[in-house]
Design a protein around this ligand. Sequence first.
Ligand code: CP
Length: 317
Amino acid sequence: MRHFTCVNDIGDLKEAVKKAQYVKQNPYADSALGKNKTMLLIFFNSSLRTRLSTQKAALNLGMNAIVLDINQGAWKLETELGVVMDSDKPEHLLEAIPVMGSYCDIIGVRSFARFESKDDDYSEKILTQFIKYSGRPVVSMEAATRHPLQSFADLITIEEYKKRERPKVVLTWAPHPKSLPQAVPNSFVEWMKATDYEFVITHPHGYELSPSFTEGCTIEYDQKKAFEGADFIYAKNWSAFADPNYGKVISMDKSWTVDKAKMDLTDNAFFMHCLPVRRNMIVTDEVIDGPNSIVIPEAANRVVSAQTVLKEILLNL
Ligand code: CP
């Protein structure tokens, strides 16, 4: 593996899960692998889990980790090509990226969709410039369209908790007051499609994800029907994809909040969410605090997914 930006980079999923299970059981077995290697974590957006879990993964592998918040202490970066730089952004990505690359061996980048241009977001304008100009392996720590470290952790978690070989997994939209990217659901769809699970997506009309991700998926607009017999409920909010509403909140319908009555329709399903989660918008206290909520072990597996990915990259440096 050179870069890690999507499910295709991980190779065979069953093998990847086996490697992750080994990493989880033997977290310090490869502590010499990253000796004298430096991981640089670049954040254009806020983070709790990704920031901590990716650092922890790098440290477990014996690497040094440096974190830079672009919007707190670094120069504001110009990202447009060919512009006259007379705005408040004194440095261009074209210099900043190779400079950052010269200080490290692996770069992690978090860069959300900006919702200014669907084309810019869906061409992964920032992430691709890091791949092009850093000269280093690049790990997506959530980009405009995907969050692969999260999806890999989700898969590891489902494999740990599943009670049958081919569980029914349901991705459900749920309400939220702010406009959120489509990266987590896109990515989850991509990873679930690569398994042999039964997979259903449910959301209100108008919240269809990009067909480039959902092609071939079962989409059920009746949330209660989708929940029937489910083994895992994966809740997430996302903003609209379709024009002219790209990036907008078009509904905050609280009837889509995941509550106990809906969970009772499932086959005693586990509740999952990538976090952070808005309680009593996305999910009721009763469900997230209940015995079938696995959001904490899911988040803990972010160290495992990151460490498995970083190990593979280190082995190929
Ligand atoms: N799930 C996730 O990526 O969390 P953070 O945004 O806190 O990193």
